[in-house]
Design a binder for this molecule. Sequence first.
Ligand SMILES: [Zn+2]
Ligand SMILES: [Zn+2]
Length: 219
Amino acid sequence: MLALLIDLFFPRMCVFCDTQKTLLCDECKNQKLEYYKTQFCHVCHADSPIEMVHSKCLRKTNLDGVIVVAHYNKYAKILIEEMKYNLYFALSAEIGLLMKRKLLEYDINYEVAIPVPLHKFKENYRGFNQAELLSKAVSARVDNCIRRTKNTKSQVSLNREERIKNLKDVFELKHQINYKSVLLVDDVMTSGSTLEECAKVLKNAGVEKVYGLVFARGD
Ligand SMILES: [Zn+2]
Ligand SMILES: [Zn+2]
């Protein structure tokens, strides 16, 4: 009923074109987004068509693989921005669906989806965490178990080394966990240092497998 009313007063239209009744029409979904076709290794950033991470790279990371749906092109950027600032609930379902579809290509088990936390003040300002919305779209079981210990500087203006330093020990668990295998979810990754730091916290807590899932990856 509520959905019906919302559609009545705010008719849906594709974010990119005039197609009605959808926020992301099939044509734009297929033509504007550039999907990852080959698995990439999040450690050396080269293709890794057989393994999720090259075995030689695995000892340098706490992540057992990162799954990326699309390249962070200008359309992916618009989708993420629209989700964050305008159409978040409805659009997070669409983006979440693409993430869920991508997951089907992989033979991995996970007990729970865990959102990468936002800076506390940002979450308060916007009132929600988009990674949590995506987690809910992807998995029936979500545990918001990681938090930031302090407000790190925004990662955007920093180079790779500064990013890693900026993130050192800024994540911690809110409560004890007892998972063997989890899926860490975020909207966008760049260097992967945020996912890496969250994965470290989870592995330290005894989780055996930590997989990352993001919608888009930029350089
Ligand atoms: Zn469209
Ligand atoms: Zn590698």
